[in-house]
Design a protein around this ligand. Structure first.
Ligand SMILES: [Zn+2]
Length: 336
């Protein structure tokens, strides 16, 4: 009896292993475990055995029954049948579950977009420190000692010599100190000014500064570069206009306007009926700035420009409050 149980186990297991469809397995289940099946007939035969053998054989037959049952379940599971182990089976045909992915902040997107335009023009991206000295933030940029921007109302001083940079122009000086022209760089980064926070002001915001220095750089190169940038960033119909202005670090200097992106110059609320919107400042590098970094102003000329990233983003996306960029409200950020 014991031998026939062992033989049954071997033949059952090899039959289950060879089964290739759930239907085959169902047939085997009936054959071995069904009411008329092999195990059932063995259990019936137990009655014919001597009384002392009955418990042992009965126990072995029941163990074998369980083993065949679980073997069939296992095989069903491996065949991917819905009949197999109901609770544990994984349905590989369901769509995957995806972890929550973030996205780039709208200001980061704008910085990358701006840098991409200038990268395509042969500029490279450079970054500089946010904690600066008066020398890099003012002196080397030809900003006189008496200039109001040096006031503690306009600049965050950390101690008598260090401050949080109020502009990214500091990077121009750091690059020109180390490298000789020709140079073409853009410098994105955070700047800090003690402004009261309102819909259009923040004590921290972002700028992208640009600098191009070579033997034969002209104002027309500046105009061409910035009008191409405006078309790339705001759309191909965008026109630019340069208005004379004053900055200590450039001469001549200009403020640059673009034709209103909403009304195309006709006049609307966004442009305050002017048809033009101011977007950045620019000019030809002042000879004193070149002298500060030991570049010969009789040999080299250059242009520089600076733009506010938040302003660009607000215009491009129609955002009317700068604070929205810094409040980390996902309902706002998810729109970009
Ligand atoms: Zn307008």
């Amino acid at each position: 009896m014991k031998e026939s149980l062992e033989a049954l186990e071997r033949s059952a297991f090899s039959a289950i292993e060879e089964a290739t469809t759930p239907k085959d397995l169902e047939g085997l289940r009936i054959k071995f475990l069904g009411r008329q099946g092999t195990i059932a007939s063995i259990l019936k035969e137990i009655a014919t055995l001597p009384p002392e053998e009955r418990p042992l054989v009965g126990q072995k037959a029941n163990i074998l029954k369980e083993r065949i049952k679980s073997q069939i379940d296992e095989r069903l599971k491996s065949l991917g049948s819905p009949l197999g182990a109901k609770a544990h089976r994984e349905d590989t045909t369901l769509p995957g579950t995806c972890g929550a992915t973030g996205r780039l902040h709208p200001l980061t997107q704008v910085i990358q977009e701006v840098c991409d335009v200038f990268l395509s023009l042969g500029f490279r991206v450079v970054e500089g420190p946010e904690i600066e000295t008066e020398y890099y933030n003012f002196d080397a940029l030809n900003i006189p000692k008496s200039h109001p921007s040096r006031d503690t109302f306009d600049t965050f001083y950390l101690d008598t010599t260090h401050l949080l940079r109020s502009q990214t122009s500091t990077v121009q000086i750091r690059v020109m100190e180390k490298e000789k022209p020709p140079l073409r760089i853009v410098a994105p980064g955070r700047v800090f000014r003690p402004d009261a926070v309102d819909a259009s002001h923040s004590f921290m915001f972002h700028q992208v500064e640009g600098l191009c220095v070579d033997c034969d750089v002209r104002f027309s190169d500046l105009k061409g570069t910035l009008s191409l940038f405006s078309k790339q960033f705001f759309g191909p119909k965008t026109r630019t206009r340069f208005r004379p202005h004053f900055f200590p670090f450039t001469e001549p200097s200009a403020e640059v306007d673009i034709s209103c992106i909403l009304c195309d110059g006709k006049g609307c609320r966004l442009c305050k009926q002017k048809g033009w919107i101011e977007v950045l400042g620019a000019g030809m590098v002042h000879p004193n700035v070149f002298r500060a970094v030991k570049v010969d102003p009789s040999r080299y000329r250059g242009f520089a420009f600076g733009m506010g990233v938040e302003r660009l983003a607000m215009l491009k996306y129609g955002v009317d409050d700068i604070r929205l960029f810094f409040e980390n409200d996902l309902r706002f950020l998810r729109q970009f």
